[in-house]
Design a protein around this ligand. Sequence first.
Ligand code: UGA
Length: 338
Amino acid sequence: MAKKILILGVNGFIGNSLSEALLRKTDAEIFGIDMNNDKLENCLQHPKFHFTEGDITINKEWVEYHIKRCDVLLPLVAIATPATYVTHPLSIFELDFEANLDIIKKAVKYKRRVIFPSTSEVYGMCPEPEFNEETSALVTGPINKPRWIYSTSKQLMDRVIFAYGMQHDFQYSLFRPFNWVGPKLDDILNPKAGGSRVLTQFIGNILRGEDIKLVDGGEQRRCFTYIDDGVDALLRIIENKDGNANQRIFNVGNPKNDYSIRELAEMLVKIIKTYPKYAKQAEKTKIINVSSAEYYGKGYQDVPSRVPSVENAEKYLGWKPTTDMETLLRNTLDFYLK
Ligand code: UGA
């Protein structure tokens, strides 16, 4: 296992869970930066966890110094809520692309290994029944649909990183999370429609006594992946046994948890009815339809179906997701409701 690991955005959904797992399961030393630390209560006191409060776009010297100092870098800072792609596309470009490009260039300069978060969104509206890292087409919509700025910003980062691998022997691994969910995903108290991802949005709707809104009927499907499964894949990528993760792309998703958004809403309501304190709220919840134009605005377009092939992760990392939908929902609800 690598000795010194640098995590940018360490307080984020992936960063904090990964840090906890690294501290619990390995002897790695973690250096992390974030603007907040509210999700790090289980890490902050650990002798091998070094936290700095800061912004990667401002504290550039800190970042450069630590890239030099560490063995592996995970740049996890990004905006990943679709509502923001539509309302503030330039913020996505500036943070997810420009700021991260700067970091990748430094990693190339100091010859450091990078584990970079690509996204399931790069496949866009690819019509294939299962998405493959090496063969699937990446299909996005027209420029007047800014929803795709996240997908294409990430795609160009993937291509740049790949090219550094080709021309400079840059050591990287790209991972593509497929709708990772679990405790500490988003703030469920954020009442803004689209302010969080669908699972936390729906939990918040039920708790606030609001209707659950199915965008364009809720027939679109996602494969929901439990954060612990995702983190397990990341631990294997960091370990990089026999160099097996080097210069490879990994879909990290659970093809068995393939559900429509309507099914997700129905499952959630049903399960929340089993929590005595919230049963009444769940009984009252109505599931209604809204158009995507009404919910997100005209710049939105959806991904109808998104199933990962996880053969690469199985072959090179010995990884397979194990958490089914019911368990993943119950664990997440236990965190938010208990
Ligand atoms: C997400 C985000 O782009 C990123 O978080 C991430 O990179 C990626 O996918 C991933 O985690 O794999 P998406 O799955 O569309 O994209 O994001 P959600 O906001 O979780 O929405 C899922 C689906 O639920 C969409 O079809 C959306 O229209 C629908 N939805 C969302 C509703 O029907 N109602 C709502 O209130 C919210």
